[in-house]
Design a protein around this ligand. Sequence first.
Ligand SMILES: [Zn+2]
Length: 234
Amino acid sequence: MALSSFEAMPHRELSRSVEDYLKAIFRLSTDGEPASTTAIAEALDIQPASVTGMVKRLAETGLLRHVPYRGARLTDAGEQAALKVLRRHRIIETYLCQMLEYAWDDVHAEAERLEHAASDELVERMATALGSPSHDPHGSPIPTRAGELEAPRLATLADAEHGTRVRISEVRDKEADELRSMAAHGLVPGVALLVDSDQDLEGVVAVTVGNDEGVSLTVQDHLARRIFVVPDEV
Ligand SMILES: [Zn+2]
């Protein structure tokens, strides 16, 4: 009964807080594990007790399943709804950067607000105007209209082998200051890096940006863990 009433409900009528829950649980369970109540509470910056209540209500709508003692896992319907929000978010970010000349460190907060307000029609028109982009300005893949998402790349600059050449594929960071400082040092998707073979300093990764005559940089470990890289074939 509850399930069929959800299915009859147009997507845009999911409330902002429901969409934020779905998105957070989707992000937290990418390794196939249920998202714990504590982790959801931290991600949404609310009390664990209110998470427990909301998880129960959402379980009744068929969007997720409550896994006793372990947390919550999205159902297929919940995952599709989360991917739709993610698509809206990433298309809005791309639109703001490419069409309205926002800086890449400026778009996340704006997209967090607009993703709940924009209609599917508006978002699809933005996507068409952009030429149906596959990635957002941070290099994150945009889910397709059919709700498919490219598998995440898991190697970060912090794990890259010393002495190898890599290319930045994605920067997963929400902190505007950090994004600004990365961009100021040329650490943006598409850029090639040499991970220096000598790594003498603790807490940083030494790299050379661009070719061998490129600029030497030390990237702090906490930033290096947010920079996702793929091997760069020369
Ligand atoms: Zn964002």
